[in-house]
Design a protein around this ligand. Sequence first.
Ligand code: SAM
Ligand code: DTB
Ligand code: SF4
Length: 323
Amino acid sequence: MTQLRTDWTVEEIERLYDLPFNDLLFKAQTIHRESFDPNEVQVSTLLSIKTGACPEDCSYCSQSARNDTGLEREKLLPLDEVLVAANRAKDSGATRFCMGAAWRNPTDKNLDKVITMVKEVKDLGLETCVTLGMLTKLQAERLADAGLDYYNHNLDTSPEFYGEVITTRSYQDRLDTLASVRGAGINVCSGGILGMGETARDRARLLQQLANLEKHPESVPINELVQVKGTPLDGTDEIDNFDFIRTIAVARIIMPKSYVRLSAGRTEMNAEMQAMCFFAGANSIFYGETLLTTDNPEEDTDMKLFNRLGIKKEGYTAQEAIA
Ligand code: SAM
Ligand code: DTB
Ligand code: SF4
């Protein structure tokens, strides 16, 4: 059995990344099969519960107040609208509902409202995830008490490249929030974005940070940058598809029991590219026609792809998956 390690060196990770492609994929798929059904993919649906006007300066993001992206700002959604979306996600076959807010951090008053949302979405029989920015220990504990299943908080890139992408908070701020979430007993969802102009070493360093956390994140979203007009990163050279697949494979190898999510960027990927990502060990996706503010493949397109590949949605029988 594969041992869970939290002491990876960057050189070890780079050696994996640089393996001949077929050797890397064979290794990743072999490890994948030790812990997971290779023909099952977990599906989560996203909803932006508070959109735009974010004070942070993330240079990839449509929602930063500093980026003139033409996005209409919205206040925190009322509970009934959230529940309509959650019910729809459940009917479509999602098992987890992820609510995202464009905040640097939640105020305690806003957190009260999110806590009500978490409880009510959970009552529908869905797993819950929220991504609200930085949290204090106390806020994380309050979310844990509400029964929150996952907190998403991405490291985004390597510590070295981070300052090129975001200046309004530090890498250590991100690590501190992850520690609060872990300390409160909430499952950790943390990953990053590829295609922001980072080097292969930056990708290795990101994966090293994630794998060397006290405990591996239960969920590791790997996003491909969605280029948004009006953001500083619009027009960045795209990452080579094989480098993207390699990163997924290395994440699978070094975090063998984590769900690796093929996250943003799938509208730009053809069926074969996504199939290679699943072969490399990705076993989760965002399902539903929008991510937070940008497009995601239509549900029907994803179901056709799953059927062509003989993939089932996790938590559903083959019969239900085909319906
Ligand atoms: N404001 C909170 C935060 O930053 O933690 C939560 C919401 S934020 C939109 C969640 C994550 O979405 C970011 O950490 C980033 O990794 C990802 N993301 C945002 N914009 C993206 C884009 N254009 N392409 C790919 N991923 C993106
Ligand atoms: C994650 O890693 N990716 C999701 C989720 N966590 C919150 C967000 C992707 C956002 C893509 C850009 C947008 O739709 O605004
Ligand atoms: Fe704000 Fe999150 Fe977007 Fe950064 S990624 S600008 S923190 S919404």
